[in-house]
Write a protein that binds this ligand. Structure first.
Ligand SMILES: [Fe+2]
Length: 162
């Protein structure tokens, strides 16, 4: 279940989180947790197929895959250092968390960010061009479904476009 910190307040109610985030153009959905422990990537994509297919149709995504980061991942610090500085992408960043957790800080003004902690069952879409950063929690573990229009669109761009 997602957690949101925004303008000094903390939220855990998914419908409240959905309503706040949608005001800022950030889709959030609770797909729920379904026995994915130990499942292969293909199996997990099958388990969430109805939701994945719907999102692909609605937002024109072309591909789907899974990504996993954990303590044992080689060069974990190097990988996470790409995303823990403010950046944007020219494609949406679409993440459905299957296991573990991670934190997205998303700009809603140039000076302030909303802090969204993604947990199993949570789908978030950070729209293209929206400045944000991402880091793991102390658990150092996350496994996510990702959707893309093009994988090239998902390179991190650190410089602000004015
Ligand atoms: Fe990103």
């Amino acid at each position: 279940m997602a957690r949101l910190e925004f303008k000094g307040k903390k939220y855990t109610d998914p419908s409240e989180i959905k309503s706040i985030m949608s005001e800022y153009g950030i889709p959030f959905e609770s797909w729920g947790v379904r026995g994915t422990s130990g499942a292969t990537d293909d199996k997990i994509i099958g388990i969430y197929k109805p939701e994945i297919d719907k999102l692909m149709r609605e937002r024109s995504y072309q591909t789907v895959d899974l990504v996993a980061l954990k303590k044992e991942t080689p060069n974990l610090d190097v990988i996470t250092a790409k995303f823990d500085k403010e950046h944007h992408h020219i494609d949406d960043e679409v993440r459905f968390t299957v296991e573990g957790e991670g934190v997205f800080e998303i700009n809603y003004t140039d000076d302030e960010r909303m802090k969204f902690t993604a947990e199993p069952g949570d789908l978030i879409v950070i729209p293209a061009m929206r400045r944000h950063l991402f880091y793991l929690t102390d658990k150092k573990n996350i496994r996510c479904i990702r959707l893309f229009k093009t994988k090239e669109g998902w390179e991190a761009i650190y410089e602000k476009v004015s």
